[in-house]
Design a protein. Structure first.
Lengths: 537, 232
């Protein structure tokens, strides 16, 4: 295929023979590439934040909330009714409350969520919240081996508190540390097998457990404070002494346990907190003796977007009913839909409306996007504002290209005259300069897109570096926790149509602006009288 | 000026051109007649500023005249008409141009410079590439086809410019003081090459020169003076 001569000459003027690239081409391409890169990266990060907040909100309250429009007594049949509707994956009832917590001299007034242990984690990922909130004790001569709590630990006298509430009240759930000392100072004694704590319920008391092997398939578990001893034939299963005791189990290594192998565990009991409800405070004002409710800490959790709900508590629905003094109450349901419904905002709204009609419009079914519309409008506004601020970056690059090409036209006036003298049409001569703008824009856009993909790929390292640069190591924890940079999900262009359109829009913008920048020099070149051009000194 | 029976390839009748200098109008050419027979050469001499280059520009239709008629191989055009794109297409095949200052494109190497003229005529193809190499060899710069113009001497640059002017086998070559930037010996060599190449290629030559001996080597001569041509 023959390349049209204006494109050939445009290319050669940018990338001359015997030279890889002219200095002007290099600067112009770098300018366009940086502009495209900055625009894409900023918008991609904004979209990443939007996706993160969207996922956080869905994790915190499901795809939608069902809220009764009037007090609704017969709510217990509703979950089944809704679950029978196509596209509804899970329905979890909840109660909300505001309570006063006290631990010693410390107080907290957290946002309280009441859930049923049997289905409380079907919409909200409570397990993931507890994992996020888990902080291990640090000891030079030991290792915190506390098993991760689950929603099964939730009882009417056991609650989970958020990291912020736990820190304010100075409380912890039960924990266990494996101690390395004496002849058990090796992390892996002779056998290379381990003794693990399989369960630690919130009712365990502070204790020191020593498990000593006899080298013949059994061992003795001794509690050193009470002096209680229990024989354990570990080949037959775990050591489960019932509620209030840790459950131990064996994890065998390559060689059997030897006589004298010993494992030490230090158990710390869970803290208790006292809880007052507004009703109790009213009763106290009326001189009634109202003892606070005492509960144990079953776990510490961390919900995403902690900035919105700093101090929180999760208890059973019965616990919240008890504190509110209401029986059979339900403030609403968290709903989770199938991916096909949740993926599209239109189908999500339609499904919510379908459920409202199913429930005779006694309930309002509010999708997450409607409930948090103000927040996403704010983010959208920020995104638009960023675009408005960044577009001049592209225009500045375009001005630079226009000026450089204009200078080239002045420098090449006699060549322009010669091209016409050799038979080149004046429009085609003008095209040489317009195409230079196009080539610069296209290469710059491609390089810019490539840089943006690199930035997205290395975003975590980049963000750590930037945050470290701005707030230093000390501030990094706070910034990371609030913005959650580590988990910021930014889609590559091949992963999401939204990301692809961002890349395309800015690449086409750069190509368009660069080409337009070449128009003025092109027009000037095309207007030159060839005879005057040839006479030019 | 022309023998009966020979075809006229380039002809101008009654060409006139004046330039505006402030409020005054300076007449450079008035009623100039010129004709060039096929495969012949014509030299134009005259003092500096007498309008030789203007005459060449008018003949090449790079400048609009005030009066007159021009004929390219029998195709008549009014010198006063605006340029047309049809003329551009015709120009690539009909005319070759050589200038005193060579005007090679600095970003292209020697071969690419020669082929640029072929590109303007819709090429290049393998034939034109072979022809470009052959012309460069004929001009004695065949070994330098990959060099960029800045690495060449003045004589070499002009040889490349001549090869470029001849690549599309034009009917007429307009040469505007092609040896003006060269020393006498190199200028003589370049002029010999130019005359020989035109003869071999059957290309008519209009040569503007100050050099008396170069002018005499053309088949016919005219002297431009006071806006008119006079037999030399």
């Amino acid at each position: 295929m023959k390349v049209p001569w204006p494109l050939y000459l445009a290319w050669k003027q940018l990338f001359p023979s015997q030279r890889k690239m002219s200095f002007f081409s290099l600067l112009a391409i770098v300018g366009v590439a940086l502009g495209v890169n900055v625009m894409i990266v900023v918008i991609a990060f904004m979209q990443g934040f939007q996706n993160k907040f969207r996922n956080d909100i869905i994790n915190n309250q499901g795809h939608a909330r069902a809220v009764p429009l009037a007090r609704y007594a017969g709510w217990k049949e509703i979950p089944k009714l809704m679950l029978d509707t196509e596209g509804v994956k899970a329905v979890t009832p909840y109660l909300h409350a505001q309570l006063l917590l006290q631990s010693g001299n410390y107080h907290s007034i957290p946002f309280v969520i009441g859930l049923r242990p049997e289905d409380g984690d079907e919409v909200l990922p409570i397990g993931a919240f507890l994992e996020r909130g888990m902080t291990r004790l640090r000891a030079d001569d030991g290792e915190d081996v506390t098993p991760l709590p689950t929603i099964d630990a939730l009882e009417d006298e056991v609650v989970f508190v958020s990291t912020q509430a736990a820190n304010r009240l100075r409380v912890r759930p039960a924990s266990v540390v494996q101690v390395f000392e004496g002849n058990s100072s090796q992390r892996n004694p002779a056998s290379s097998g381990r003794v693990r704590v399989a369960r630690l319920d919130p009712y365990v008391e502070t204790a020191e457990w020593e498990i000593q092997f006899d080298g013949q398939g059994s061992c003795v578990a001794r509690e050193n404070i009470s002096g209680d001893e229990f024989a354990w034939e570990y080949d037959k299963g775990s050591l489960d002494l019932g509620f209030g005791y840790p459950v131990f189990e064996i994890s065998k290594g390559a060689t059997p346990f030897a006589a004298g192998d010993r494992f030490l565990f230090q158990v710390f009991k869970a803290n208790k907190i006292e809880i007052y409800s507004p009703r109790m405070i009213e009763q106290a004002k009326a001189d009634e003796m109202v003892p606070p409710k005492e509960v144990r800490i079953g776990g510490i959790f961390e919900m995403p977007s902690q900035g919105f709900q700093m101090e929180a508590l999760i208890g059973t629905m019965r616990f919240v009913e008890d504190m509110r003094g209401e029986e059979g109450a339900c403030d609403g349901f968290y709903l989770k839909f199938s991916d096909s419904v949740a993926r599209n905002e239109g189908s999500l709204r339609a499904k919510c409306r379908e459920l409202e009609l199913l429930l005779d419009e006694d309930w309002a079914i509010v999708p997450w996007s409607v409930e948090n519309a103000w927040f996403f409008e704010l983010l959208q506004f920020e995104e638009t504002l960023m675009i408005v601020i960044m577009v001049p970056i592209g225009l500045v690059a375009a001005f630079a290209i226009a000026i450089a090409l204009m200078t080239t036209v002045l420098r090449k006036i006699r060549e322009i005259g010669l091209l016409v003298a050799m038979g080149g049409r004046r429009v085609s001569v003008g095209m040489v300069f317009c195409l230079q703008g196009f080539v610069i824009g296209t290469i710059g856009a491609l390089v810019g897109c490539g840089l943006a993909i690199l930035f997205i790929h290395y975003r975590d390292a980049l963000m750590t570096f930037i945050v470290d640069l701005i707030v230093g190591q000390e501030g990094q924890v706070g910034v990371t926790q609030f913005y959650d940079f580590q988990s910021l999900s930014i889609a590559y262009p091949w992963e999401s149509p939204e990301s692809m359109s961002t890349f395309l829009v800015f690449a086409l913008f750069a190509i368009g602006v660069s080409t337009i920048a070449g128009l003025l020099p092109a027009w000037r070149a095309a207007r030159l009288n060839p005879a005057d051009a040839l006479r030019n000194e | 000026m022309s023998d009966p029976g020979h075809t006229i390839v380039l002809e101008a009748r009654g060409l006139a051109k004046s330039f505006q200098l402030g409020e005054a109008s300076v007449e450079v050419l008035s009623c100039v007649d010129i004709s060039l027979e096929e495969s012949s050469s014509l030299s134009i001499q005259g003092e500096s500023g007498c309008g030789k280059t203007t005459l060449l520009n008018l003949l090449a239709r790079l400048e609009i005249g005030d009066a007159g008629e021009i004929s390219w191989g029998g195709r008549k055009m009014m010198a006063t008409d605006s340029f047309s794109s049809t003329e551009s297409i015709l120009r690539t095949r009909f005319l070759g141009v050589v200038y005193q200052a060579y005007y090679l494109i600095p970003e292209l190497n020697v071969l690419e410079n020669v082929l640029m003229a072929a590109r303007l005529a819709g090429g290049p193809d393998q034939d034109s590439t072979d022809r470009a190499r052959s012309l460069l060899s004929k001009m004695g710069v065949g070994q330098k086809e990959k060099q960029v113009p800045s690495k060449l001497s003045g004589g070499e640059r002009q040889r490349v410019a001549i090869a470029r002017a001849l690549i599309n086998t034009p009917k007429v070559l307009l040469a505007d003081e092609p040896t003006g930037n060269l020393d006498e010996r190199t200028g003589g060599q370049v002029m010999d090459l130019l005359l020989n190449a035109c003869e071999e290629e059957n290309t008519g030559l209009v040569l503007v020169t100050h050099n008396e001996s170069f002018a005499r080597s053309a088949d016919s001569r005219v002297i431009l003076s006071e806006g008119k041509t006079h037999p030399g």
